[in-house]
Design a protein around this ligand. Structure first.
Ligand SMILES: *[C@@H]1O[C@H](CO)[C@@H](O)[C@H](O)[C@H]1NC(C)=O
Length: 130
C-alpha cells in the first residue's frame, strides 16, 4: 500500500519535471533563435565546450543602454573576460526575448537572466538527411 503511494508520488514528480521542460526551446544550426526571457540589464549563458574533456563556460551579455557602448551587445567569457564567437545577439523588449541570428554550435546551452532566477535550455535540433 505504502509502496503504491510512493510510486504515484514519483510519477507526479516526473510529470512535473516534464512540464517544467516546456520552457526549453530547440533550434537548428543557422536558425534565428527567439529565446524568451524577462527584461534584465544583462544575461548569462552556460555553454558546454568539449575538447578532450567537457567544461562549462559561463558567459555574460550586457544589453546596450546608451551608456555602455564599449561593453554591450556581445557575449563575454566570465573566466577570460574575452569576447566569444556567437550569432549576432540583441534583446527585443517588445517580444521579451533574446534574438540570436544565425545560431552557431557555440550558441546552444543554458540561458539565464543576469541574476540566474530565470533559465531556459536552448537545444540543437539535429536532423539526419532530408
Ligand atoms: C534570419 O534573419 C535574416 C534577416 O535578419 C534573414 O535574412 C535570414 O533568412 C533568416 N534566417 C533564417 C534561417 O530564417
Amino acid at each position: 500500500m505504502y509502496r503504491a503511494a510512493g510510486l504515484v508520488a514519483l510519477l507526479a514528480l516526473s510529470v512535473h519535471a516534464v512540464l517544467e521542460d516546456s520552457s526549453n526551446t530547440a533550434f537548428q544550426l543557422g536558425a534565428n533563435a527567439t529565446i524568451g526571457l524577462p527584461v534584465s540589464a544583462n544575461y548569462r549563458r552556460e555553454i558546454r565546450t568539449c575538447t578532450t574533456t567537457c567544461n562549462y563556460d559561463e558567459q555574460l551579455y550586457r544589453v546596450c543602454n546608451g551608456k555602455n557602448k564599449k561593453t554591450c551587445g556581445y557575449w563575454e567569457s566570465v573566466k577570460t573576460k574575452k569576447k566569444v564567437a556567437s550569432g549576432k545577439t540583441t534583446y527585443n523588449k517588445n517580444k521579451k526575448a533574446l534574438i540570436i541570428k544565425n545560431m552557431k554550435e557555440s550558441d546552444f546551452g543554458k540561458y539565464m537572466t543576469g541574476n540566474k532566477k530565470t533559465s531556459r535550455y536552448v537545444e540543437q535540433i539535429v536532423s539526419f538527411g532530408k
